[in-house]
Design a protein around this ligand. Structure first.
Ligand code: ZN
Length: 160
C-alpha cells in the first residue's frame, strides 16, 4: 500500500460519508462517474474498464461470486485513481495478467484491499470480531481478508 493509495481511499470514504463496512463499491464507482455493469464473461475474465458512447463502465463477471465482483470493481477503480495508462488495463483476466505491468496490477490490488478493508476500519473491528465475522462484515473473500490482515499486521479476535 502506497501512501498515495491510502490517502486516495481516505478522501473517497470521507467524501462519500462511508464510516463502516461493507463499503458500497458501486457507490464509489458512481462518484467517479463509472457505471458498474455485470456481464456474462468467460470464467477466466475478472473485468475491465470500458468507455462507450462517452460513458465509463466497469464491466465485471456476473458469474463470479459477489465478493469477487466487489474486489474486481475496486481493482478497476484503483487503476483509474492511480492514473494508470488505459491501454495496459483494458481487460483484467488470469490469462493476460502475467503479460501486463505487474507494478500497476499490484498497485490496483492494494488500492482495492484498502478501499474494501481500510486500516482505519480494521484496526477498530479487529478488537470485536473474529476472522469469520470480519469476512462477513466486509463482504470480501477469506483470502482477501487474510492478505489484508497480514499486510497491516493485524489480528482478529479469537474465535471461542
Ligand atoms: Zn488490473
Amino acid at each position: 500500500m502506497t501512501n498515495n493509495n491510502r490517502a486516495n481511499v481516505q478522501s473517497l470514504l470521507t467524501s462519500l460519508g462511508i464510516k463502516t463496512p461493507p463499503v458500497d463499491v458501486e457507490l464509489v464507482a458512481l462518484s467517479l462517474n463509472f457505471i458498474v455493469l455485470p456481464c456474462d464473461l468467460p470464467t477466466i475474465a475478472d473485468g475491465r474498464m470500458e468507455v462507450r458512447d462517452g460513458k465509463k463502465y466497469i464491466v465485471v463477471n456476473q458469474n463470479h461470486p459477489r465478493v469477487r465482483q466487489r474486489f474486481t470493481t475496486a481493482h478497476e477503480i484503483g487503476h483509474f485513481v492511480n492514473g494508470h495508462d488505459a491501454s495496459t488495463y483494458m481487460t483484467d483476466d488470469a490469462f493476460d495478467y502475467r503479460k501486463k505491468d505487474h507494478q500497476q496490477e499490484k498497485e490496483a490490488d492494494r488500492f482495492a484491499a484498502e478501499l474494501l478493508m481500510s486500516r482505519r476500519f480494521l484496526e477498530r473491528d479487529c478488537l470485536s470480531f473474529t476472522l469469520e465475522e470480519l469476512v462477513e462484515r466486509y463482504q470480501v473473500s477469506s483470502e482477501a481478508m487474510n492478505i489484508q490482515l497480514s499486510t497491516l499486521r493485524l489480528f482478529p479476535k479469537h474465535a471461542k
